[in-house]
Design a protein. Structure first.
Lengths: 163, 163
DNA sequence: GAACCTTGTCAGGCACCCTGACCAGGCGAC
DNA sequence: GTCGCCTGGTCAGGGTGCCTGACAAGGTTC
């Protein structure tokens, strides 16, 4: 069908496709979250729920993982603290530092968020095919573990799933 | 290897993987662009080069495609115009409207940008396997054409490649 | 204990995008 | 025609999210 005189093959950039897919997925997530008991959680807050685990995390570490300055991270944590999702507890190992810890409500929100993401992914499997979405995930996991290993610690500490 | 007492399977959200991959890809692109003759092009400008074609585009249409307000689109276009990448020409079909058109330099930048994206994708093929990256693209094209068809007109007007 | 590094905060600023108000031009009803 | 309404674009003002710079308090090294 194509003729020799067609344009010099400017395919849509892969980054554009990644962007559309990401926005679509986040759109579904935010819609679901907006219908939930955690409506006051904004996109910026995501980095906290994404990286902070039950043993808490220092502000500097969070900023490093999220690729933002500690000042920015501080603002985000302040905001989440004022809403009752996190609290700063003194770090027993260093009197300068504080550990950012999820409150009970914060942990609820975190669990709810992860569950929501799993549901969205399940919907996508129904929509686009289980095999394809799983292949998508596997390739992206490989890419992510090479491009930003520190941002996906889950992929490098599988032993955390044991014991 | 895994025991029955492991955590309740909280895989890293697919959106997180998409985000890491997107940022990595844009990072390579921006690094390359920063080394080029088009250093003054900022991320925000991307929507113009992404959507405007040789026949120009109205501001309202651009805003709609990029999912921003026409005020925001106006600012971006003003900025690109001050740098000599675009110009507003009166729309012969409607005396209220102006067509945002790429200048010669703008077209150079657009072509350069698309070429750069193609090069980054080629590097990823070498890094992660041609088949896998191509499968990634195919799945993402399918997703994008369902989730935001208006943002990827290339996928719905294949006849543009002919004649 | 002096010099230096690290943790976190305060102050100020900029990029980017928004809402609201508005004008000029097009368009249909009468 | 011209009245009312819609549309394309701009102006004014504001807010979020991030930044740089400066700094105090505590840890670390010698």
């Amino acid at each position: 069908m194509t003729k020799a005189s067609e344009k010099p093959a400017t395919r849509i950039p892969l980054s554009g496709l990644l962007d559309v897919a990401l926005e679509a997925m986040l759109g579904e997530f935010r819609t679901d979250l907006g219908d939930s008991a955690f409506q006051d959680i904004r996109p910026t807050h995501g980095c906290v729920f994404r990286f902070v685990r039950d043993d808490g995390m220092r502000l500097t570490k969070l900023a490093e993982l999220a690729h933002i300055t500690k000042q920015s991270a501080g603002e985000i944590v302040d905001d989440l603290a004022s809403r009752g999702y996190v609290e700063r507890v003194p770090d027993p190992a260093d009197r300068r530092a504080k550990l950012i810890c999820l409150t009970d409500r914060g942990r609820e929100a975190q669990t709810f968020g992860f569950t929501l993401f799993a549901e969205v992914e399940k919907r996508w499997m129904e929509r686009y095919g289980r095999e394809r979405v799983e292949a998508l995930r596997e390739t992206l996991e490989d890419i992510a573990s090479h491009e930003a290993p520190e941002a996906v610690p889950e992929l490098h500490r599988p032993e955390l799933a044991d014991v």
